[in-house]
Design a protein. Structure first.
Length: 400
């Protein structure tokens, strides 16, 4: 009996077996090391409008501090090659420690460098520190999902508690962005509240209108095409242009019907931002509803129909619960968009954190821009995480 000669493996198969992809933690740790060693750690300037002089890691943190940070990042890179939950736990702890140490060293250095300087002098994080923070954050984001929920939560809570204790002790007070925050501490939290109110004010009407529109769009036909075309046209218009276009009709409406003005409807303020935001968010909500319902197994629908379920009972009791994960994914995307687009409300007098962003851009003050951008990024991450947690709980309930 003769045997056919074995075919040689394809190059793709060889490369997949012989050259596994490097772990994300190792790659991000290498990026953090490169940033710390090759770029400035801090920037020192006589005021916030002048470009600062670069300060390296060793000059800023001293030999012991710089050595400890580099050792932590190096150990993080090595831990990335260890598989399993133990490797993930080590990576998460090291990434958290390094993430805390970067601002702590920067804050202590800013206090030392700022001694004897005028009060308007500024010490800010430079490119090397920002690269390290972003890379370490990515490493932590990769390590935490590979851990059970309780240890991951314990590491996060411990890191937040240590960071809060350092902030309460004033370790970060001499950093430029914290100086901007302290100078505006009385108005900062009201602006955060305004930002959340605008985002929620746009998201809730989009959900209330988008759900029935999604049901109509799912039916197909000319009406579904009109819905998709109209919402797609709105997406083509730049957000700031849409807000500006709404100012004229809202002003006319407020002048024509004075009681509307007492309800807050005006051409300038939160009204054009909230309405424009709701219009922008309709498309992801409508498409998520339609896609979720289209994804329901037709055999389940046929079985419900055969059992005598009426259309509305079938929709509410069978189709919508099964489509809920896809719908929630669309709502999560819409919520993230809402927090980001609410930044533009400041351009039409709506307030919010966008006021800091555009004031800083007008004054060429990067620290003031960061005072708006950093909380917006945190709020976006919280909104995304909340919907992901809700989706995970629903999925766990379905499995039960």
């Amino acid at each position: 009996m003769t045997h056919a000669p074995a075919l040689p493996p394809t190059p793709g198969a060889i490369s997949r077996k012989a050259a596994p992809a490097a772990p994300v933690v190792a790659v991000t740790a290498a990026a953090a090391l490169a940033g710390l060693l090759a770029a400035a750690f801090l920037s020192q300037a006589p005021n916030r409008l002048v470009a600062g002089a670069p300060v390296g890691l060793i000059a800023a943190a001293g030999g012991p501090g710089a050595g400890l940070l580099l050792a932590l990042v190096g150990a993080l890179g090595l831990s990335g090659w260890r598989a399993g939950r133990l490797g993930a736990a080590i990576s998460a702890v090291l990434a958290t420690a390094a993430l805390l140490l970067v601002p702590v060293l920067a804050g202590l250095a800013a206090e030392r460098l700022g001694a004897g300087q005028p009060p308007f002098a500024r010490t800010a994080l430079a490119a090397g520190a920002w690269i390290a923070l972003v890379a370490l954050g990515l490493a932590l984001a990769d390590a935490l999902p590979r851990l059970p929920r309780l240890p991951a939560a314990a590491i996060l809570v411990a890191g937040l508690a240590i960071g809060a204790a350092a902030a309460h002790a004033g370790v970060f007070d001499q950093l430029s962005v914290v100086k901007e925050l302290l100078a505006r501490r009385q108005e900062f939290w009201p602006r955060v509240g305004q930002h959340l109110a605008i985002a929620a004010g746009g998201l809730l009407p989009a959900l209330a209108i988008g759900l029935p529109l999604g049901l109509l769009a799912r039916t197909g036909g000319a009406f579904a095409g009109w819905i998709d075309g109209a919402l797609g046209t709105i997406q083509v218009v730049p957000a700031i242009a849409l807000f500006a276009l709404l100012m004229t009709p809202l002003t006319f409406l407020a002048q024509t019907v004075p009681p509307l003005r007492s309800l807050g409807l005006a051409g300038i303020g939160a009204a054009p931002a909230v309405i424009g935001l709701a219009l922008y968010l309709l498309l992801p909500v409508v498409r998520a509803v339609a896609a979720g319902l289209d994804g329901v197994d037709p055999r389940v629908v046929d079985a419900a129909r055969g059992m005598g379920f009426r259309p509305w009972r079938r929709l509410l009791g069978i189709e919508l619960p099964l489509a809920l994960p896809v719908i929630l994914a669309g709502v999560r995307i819409a919520s993230v968009q809402a927090v980001g687009l609410a930044t533009l409300a400041a351009l039409v007098g709506g307030g919010g954190l966008g006021a800091y962003v555009f004031q800083g851009m007008g004054q060429f003050a990067v620290d003031l821009v960061l005072l708006g951008v950093i909380p917006i990024a945190v709020l976006t991450a919280l909104a995304d995480g909340a919907f992901r947690l809700l989706d995970a709980r629903l999925a766990k309930g379905h499995r039960r």
